[in-house]
Design a protein around this ligand. Structure first.
Ligand code: PLP
Length: 475
């Protein structure tokens, strides 16, 4: 395996970047996303040698070629051991549960905020902190949340010495569990802002702060959003881990992934490019089905967002799709830039038959409305006793559909559906589906007794900026 990967921007404006550059950079300056210039390769022999290895060992072998010498081995191994050895509540980190003939659930909710974003964000926080320490720098992270990502980001940064994190949430508009998961983290570098406005207002203020060049520089603003390459990198690990558990490289596997921004399923695609024998990647969408429509029609067409029972997938566009499109178009930056610009200007683009043929051989996609989501949760619970969260149900539905329609070869190919959140995170949907509210796992059991700390701010950009300026240690 080659030891150093360099990175380029999908729009062609930047090449030859190191891991540290793309980690701290997030979004490329030309508006593109970062990708490795080549995919590190695992031979069948190398995969075999990893079977039976711990999650941390697999994580090291998967991430090392992407990081290269930017972080010395010893430091990288310590970060991985701290994150996956201590911050996850299951010894297997991402355990598999069998729910039917050749049907498996991969549980990705054993992190601090009981959703899969912990698997990457816990790592990202530590990587940021290490690199900043080396450079003698501090950053101010600002972000907006409608509930979920905010808590995962706060948990990721709360112990970081070189990061101040400010998360804006709409005051009174998140669930109690979601708010408390953020506001009960009491740390000098964690700043929760309850904005007297909507989620869109929160997002507008964050965008405006990044758009103000002077403020951005003065505060050393940074983001940990879903387009950061390091998040994708860390997510590749659990695909490799699950496949190894079920007999890879001697037998291929398929994954069913509930998809919003296309980050999680892109990590699966990356694992496949690295040599993991993946038969089919199955995308599940809720009623916001832009991706499913794309795979049906060959046209990516933006529409409005509608609320669903799986809110973490209520998106208008899938920002990480650009990474896949870049590969699909043979890494032709000009053609990709043209397509993405057209999409921005007109809200749609179309791909020809050749590209769609390839896309449909990589992925199958199915949409699942709220009613079907509830039915799926109920059926699975009645048949197996296993309780799904609504996002997981959307993915599993797509997986069953794919098997029914012959997208997956046969029962010799295990179907692994990703459980992206613990059902207790979405108690209202669970109650609608099966009639009871699931208890929170042990480490969150006292969530409603914990002290909360947050400040309510007026829906006004200047108040938010002043608050950040006064409270950050990074300026
Ligand atoms: C973020 C999230 C998703 C969507 O993942 P993407 O990487 O954006 O496709 C699905 N389910 C849950 C529970 C999430 O938090």
């Amino acid at each position: 395996m080659q030891m150093t990967t360099t990175y380029f921007s999908t729009r062609g404006g930047e090449t030859g970047l190191s891991f540290t550059d793309v980690l701290l950079g997030g979004l490329a300056r030309d508006g593109g996303l970062y990708l490795p210039e080549s995919w590190p390769q695992f031979s069948a022999g190398e995969l075999k040698a990893l079977s039976g290895a711990s999650y941390s060992d697999i994580a090291y072998h998967v991430m090392k070629p992407f990081i290269g010498d930017d972080i010395p081995d010893e430091a990288l191994k310590k970060i991985i051991a701290d994150v996956y050895g201590q911050n996850f509540s299951h010894a297997a980190v991402a355990p598999l549960v069998q729910i039917g003939p050749s049907g498996w659930i991969m549980e990705l909710f054993h992190g601090p905020t009981i959703a899969f974003k912990d698997y990457a964000l816990q790592m990202l926080g530590r990587l940021f902190d290490y690199v900043l320490e080396q450079k003698g720098q501090r950053v101010t992270i600002v972000g907006a949340t409608s509930g979920d990502t905010g808590s995962a980001a706060i948990e990721a940064c709360k112990s970081c010495k070189n990061i101040d994190i400010f998360i804006l949430h709409p005051h009174g508009r998140t669930s109690d569990v979601q708010r408390r998961q953020m506001t009960s983290v009491i740390a000098p570098n964690v700043h929760n802002i309850a904005l007297e406005g909507t989620f869109d207002d929160c997002q507008d203020h964050v965008k405006a702060m990044f758009g103000d060049e002077a403020f951005r520089t003065d505060m050393n603003l940074s983001a940990v959003n879903s387009i950061n390459w390091a998040r994708i990198m860390a997510q590749i690990v659990y695909y490799v881990s699950a496949a190894l558990s079920l007999g890879t490289p001697d037998r291929p596997v398929s994954f069913a992934v509930p998809t919003g921004n296309f980050g999680n399923v892109f990590a699966a695609y990356a694992a496949k490019q690295m040599g993991l024998p993946i038969d089919k990647l199955i995308i599940g969408s809720n009623r916001n089905d832009i991706l499913t429509r794309f795979f049906d029609s060959g046209e990516m067409k933006k529409t409005g967002v509608e609320p669903s029972l799986s809110p973490s997938m209520d998106i208008q566009i899938s920002s990480n799709f650009e990474r896949y499109l870049c590969d699909l178009m043979g890494r032709d930056a000009k053609a990709l830039t043209k397509t993405m610009t057209a999409f921005k200007d007109t809200g749609h683009f179309e791909l020809g038959d050749n590209l769609m043929k390839q896309a449909r051989s990589d992925f199958a996609a199915y949409a699942c409305d709220d009613e079907t989501t509830l039915a799926m949760m109920r059926e699975c619970y009645e048949a197996t006793g296993y309780l799904l969260d609504p996002h997981t149900a959307v993915g599993l539905y797509a997986g069953w559909k794919a098997r029914e329609n012959g997208d997956i070869s046969d029962l010799s190919v295990p179907l692994i559906a990703l459980a992206c959140a613990h059902p207790a995170k979405f108690p209202d949907a669970v109650e609608k589906a099966v009639g009871g509210r699931p208890p929170l796992p042990a480490h969150l059991a006292d969530l409603f007794e914990r002290e909360e700390k947050y400040d309510v701010l007026a829906n006004d950009l200047e108040s938010v900026k002043t608050y950040v300026k006064t409270n950050t240690n990074a300026a």
